[in-house]
Design a protein around this ligand. Structure first.
Ligand code: DP6
Length: 325
């Protein structure tokens, strides 16, 4: 008899970024972070624990995946097996409805969906906190995709106290994220490697020391729906993370010319009175945030910029959840 469950999860965009770990193995971050789940972009994952499987299997969009990605999946499955006493291997099938490797953190939704589906399939009645901790083992930012809406990852100091909580439901603030895709090439240095390089930058200590202040400003701006305050702190946090990246050894320069063109355009539009702000993860694409009522205008302005290949739009998303097969 198979122990099977399917879960869907959304990726998230960090307003205050996670960059650098205190403990790389357990993914205990150097600072807390704050994000919004992205409805419209979805990962759907089915986990089946079966007595007849000789090993764990990972099937992404129909392709068998081995190596480092499978090892990360196994870290999550092993925790579920240890917790429940189930000793069967599992088959994990996963699909995204958005382009993988397009600079949209597919690992966040992937590991959130995996954690929730695996726990459910194994019969573990885990709390949201435990599911968030479980997802964190696979990918740090995945812990933020487990709870709903606007989410804060409490950095903590150990596996037990490093997890994410919802600070406001999706309906709290009608924000939109218009993602300007300027390149769909796979990034040369992924986040996992990047987190290890953070400590080689002399700026990382200053970034981490000031993170509680930026977190507080961002949390308040989100709770009050204060777009001007939000725009200021979100862009400042993006800039300081990229300053760390660009001053690491070796330096990580994720921006392309079109990335900078979008940044300048957004600043110009804001100067003209349009409420809009940007943030950029470990890649060249630009997440352009605005109130939903301006999303159509922002989208068409972005599409008109040279170097922007396409724009994906998302709104605040719900929690990772189990769905019927
Ligand atoms: C720049 O969560 O992708 O997107 O734990 O190694 O999987 P791993 O890293 P990951 O790092 C995310 C980095 C970021 C900022 C953020 O999402 O907070």
């Amino acid at each position: 008899m198979a122990h099977t469950a399917t879960a869907i999860a959304h990726p998230n965009i960090a307003f205050i970024k996670y960059w650098g770990n205190r403990d790389h193995q357990a993914r205990i971050p150097s600072n807390g972070s704050l994000s919004m789940n992205l409805a419209g972009l979805t990962t759907r994952t089915t986990v089946a624990f079966r007595p007849d499987l000789p090993a764990d299997r990972l099937i992404l969009h129909g392709n068998d995946i081995r190596g480092a990605a499978l090892a990360r999946v196994q870290a999550v499955l092993d925790r579920v097996r240890a917790q429940t006493g189930l000793n069967w291997h599992a088959e994990v099938r996963s699909e995204n409805n958005f382009p993988t490797g397009a600079g949209i953190a597919s690992s966040a939704s992937a590991f959130a969906a995996l954690a929730v589906a695996a726990a459910h399939a194994a019969g573990w009645q885990a709390s949201t906190k435990d599911l968030s901790r479980l997802a964190r083992l696979g990918s740090g930012s995945a812990c933020r995709s487990v709870p709903a809406g606007f989410v804060e990852w409490l950095a903590g100091a150990s596996d037990e106290d490093s997890y994410a909580i919802s600070i406001a439901p999706p309906k709290h603030w009608a924000l939109a994220d218009c993602i300007a895709i300027v390149s769909s090439a796979h990034k040369a240095v992924g986040s996992t490697q990047g987190h290890r390089l953070a400590e080689t930058s002399p700026l990382q200590q200053a970034r981490v020391a000031d993170a509680p202040r930026r977190l507080r400003l961002c949390r308040e701006a989100v709770l009050q729906r204060d777009f001007a305050a939000f725009a200021e702190v979100v862009e400042a946090d993006c800039h300081i993370m990229h300053a760390v990246m660009q001053t690491s050894r070796p330096p990580l320069i994720y921006w392309e010319p079109a990335t900078l063109a979008v940044m300048h355009a957004v600043r110009r539009w804001r100067g003209e009175g349009l409420p809009v702000a940007y943030t950029i993860d470990a890649g060249p694409n630009v997440h352009v945030l605005c109130p939903q009522k301006h999303a159509a205008a922002v989208r068409s302005r972005l599409e008109a910029l040279e170097g922007v290949q396409r724009v994906l739009a998302a709104t605040p998303g719900g929690a990772t959840r189990v769905i019927g097969k």
